[in-house]
Design a protein around this ligand. Structure first.
Ligand SMILES: [Zn+2]
Length: 113
């Protein structure tokens, strides 16, 4: 289970980037590309585990949004969605040029006003 260090990382990053506003964070949204193999349920479980260590995070709402894998076809110069690890465009050309699906990032932070 690699979700625990991921969740720890997210909150360490938040603490570093918003030291003065960290206590007012109410909601964090994280975008995870499908290639990261991150499971939202396991992220929630990992977050629950983190909260039991660090109760001051208990009021924060953590949301995980999964992003589909998108690759680019050089042949038709278009992007297409990769389904079931099939990195082949509708025209039949295989592609490994991934535009989306590998990222794991904090996409939204809401603060108490
Ligand atoms: Zn194509």
């Amino acid at each position: 289970m690699h979700e625990v260090p991921i969740v720890r990382d997210i909150f360490n990053t938040l603490q570093e980037s918003h030291p003065d506003k960290f206590d007012r964070i109410t909601k964090v949204q994280v975008e995870a590309g499908l290639l990261c193999n991150v499971q939202p349920v396991l992220i929630q479980n990992a977050f629950e585990a983190l909260i039991s260590d660090e109760p001051h995070l208990a009021h924060i709402d953590l949301e995980v949004v999964l992003l589909p894998i998108v690759a680019h076809c050089e042949q038709c110069n278009q992007s297409f969605e990769v389904v079931r690890h099939k990195f082949v465009c509708a025209c039949g050309t295989p592609s490994r040029k991934i535009l989306q699906g590998e990222e794991l990032r904090i996409s939204k932070i809401e603060f108490l006003t």
